[in-house]
Design a protein around this ligand. Structure first.
Ligand SMILES: Cc1ncc(COP(=O)(O)O)c(C=O)c1O
Length: 393
């Protein structure tokens, strides 16, 4: 499987269904929620479980897979392995950043009011330290661009915390542009990467911190993830979760002095989520073998097909898409979320489910129902045709 190209995975239906067992049962468009596992990941989990039933769960092979997972995580973000902590969920990494920085009363942190809660509460909570939490409220959901963000920065802004892509509108941020500008002003940039990592390339050149669990676009299990911390911040970002694994503890003897191991491992307090990491490693290897740029192009193609099929049916894209001229190549993602002026989205969601299509039903702050479709690279044009036919009714 590993050497199969994207082309053969997508065009050879038997190979596709073998590699993605869910494809034999459903049209799976739930990748912005919780992914189904590809065969490589479920087999890695099974192999781990079988070996773990016969001996200690740690084996040299498992530790080798953990090392490979760190390398794969580094490749995914364009950083180095010693800048990757193997931690999930996303909220954990974001909280480690929020709680580990040396805040002073009066500092400002900027975040998006309607981001997924995991990327809101860690920042709002800093108000208990006297930090001013500045909540962005863009005109259209998810529509965060540099010119908009810039208006909310002051001389006191210490950090900007944004998701790489909004979980409802699917608006993907230009992280390079935002990060470059923030760094020119000496402002730290923390990215919740879960809605794009695995689906779109990322460069951490202008990003200080990234957190992403693997259970969406990385095609991994829930509760295994990666946290990127730029090397130059390892002394500056204080570990706030401590244990035997990150504090140097020879022979498991607790020391008087607290000294951390080198590298981002200093943010991993205890034994790692070995089964999760082993499965995540298999999924990341699959994605890296296909090539993230290929994955991204394929997702954008499928997104385009969905959008072209949905608009004539009266569906409206949720976000800035219908409101202003958005550069699609730059801002589109794998998330297509729609509303409809007349149709009952809950009934449509149920109808999709009854026909083996997995979508997500959400609502926004105003209570407006939203239907979210999130294809990954292995979904096919034929599957989307089926979905469109069901949504036509
Ligand atoms: C932007 C964003 N961040 C984080 C998460 C998940 O957070 P966690 O991994 O902490 O459960 C989601 C899931 O919907 C999300 O959309």
């Amino acid at each position: 499987l590993i050497n199969q190209t994207l082309e053969s995975l997508v065009r050879d239906e038997a190979a596709r269904q073998w590699a993605f067992p869910v494809a034999a049962e459903r049209v799976y468009l739930g990748h912005a929620g919780v992914t189904a596992l590809p065969r490589v990941a479920s087999e890695a989990l099974t192999a781990f479980a079988h070996a773990a039933a016969r001996d200690n769960q740690e084996s040299p092979a498992v530790w080798d897979q953990v090392e490979q997972a760190r390398n794969a995580g580094a490749a995914l973000v364009g950083g180095d392995a010693d800048e990757i902590a193997l931690l999930g969920p996303t909220a954990l990494g974001l909280s480690l950043v929020a709680n580990g920085l040396p805040w002073k009363a009066g500092d400002e942190v900027v975040f998006y009011r309607d981001d997924y809660p995991a990327n809101v509460y860690p920042w709002r909570h800093l108000e208990t330290l006297g930090v001013q939490a500045v909540a962005l409220v863009p005109e259209w959901p998810g529509d965060i661009t540099w010119p908009f963000l810039e208006r909310h920065l002051t001389a006191k802004t210490r950090l900007v915390a944004l998701a790489s892509c909004h979980f409802l509108s699917g608006f993907r941020l230009d992280l390079d542009e935002i990060g470059r500008n923030l760094h020119e002003r000496g402002i730290l940039f923390c990215v919740d990467g879960i809605q794009t990592l695995g689906a779109f390339p990322l460069s951490v050149e202008h990003i200080d911190f990234v957190s992403a669990d693997s259970h969406k676009w990385m095609l991994g299990p829930a509760g295994a993830g990666i946290v990127y911390v730029k090397r130059e911040h390892h002394d500056f970002l204080r570990p706030t979760l401590l244990g035997s694994w990150n504090v140097v503890s020879p022979e498991f003897v607790a020391q008087e002095r607290i000294a951390y191991y080198e590298g981002a491992r200093r943010y991993e307090p205890g034994i790692l989520n070995l089964p999760g990491i082993v499965a995540m490693e298999a999924s990341l290897r699959l994605l890296l073998d296909v090539g993230i740029e290929n994955v991204a192009q394929r997702i954008l193609t499928l997104r385009g097909l969905l959008v072209e099929g949905l608009r004539p049916l009266g569906y409206r894209l949720y976000g800035p898409w219908e409101e202003r001229d958005v550069d699609i190549a730059r801002h589109a993602s794998g998330i297509v979320t729609v509303t409809h002026p007349e149709k009952d989205l809950k009934a449509l969601f149920d109808r999709l489910a009854a026909n083996g299509v997995v979508a997500s039903l959400r609502q926004d702050r105003s209570g407006q129902p939203l239907l979210r479709l999130a294809p990954h690279f292995y979904n096919t044009e034929a599957e989307l045709e089926r979905v469109l036919a069901l949504l036509r009714a």
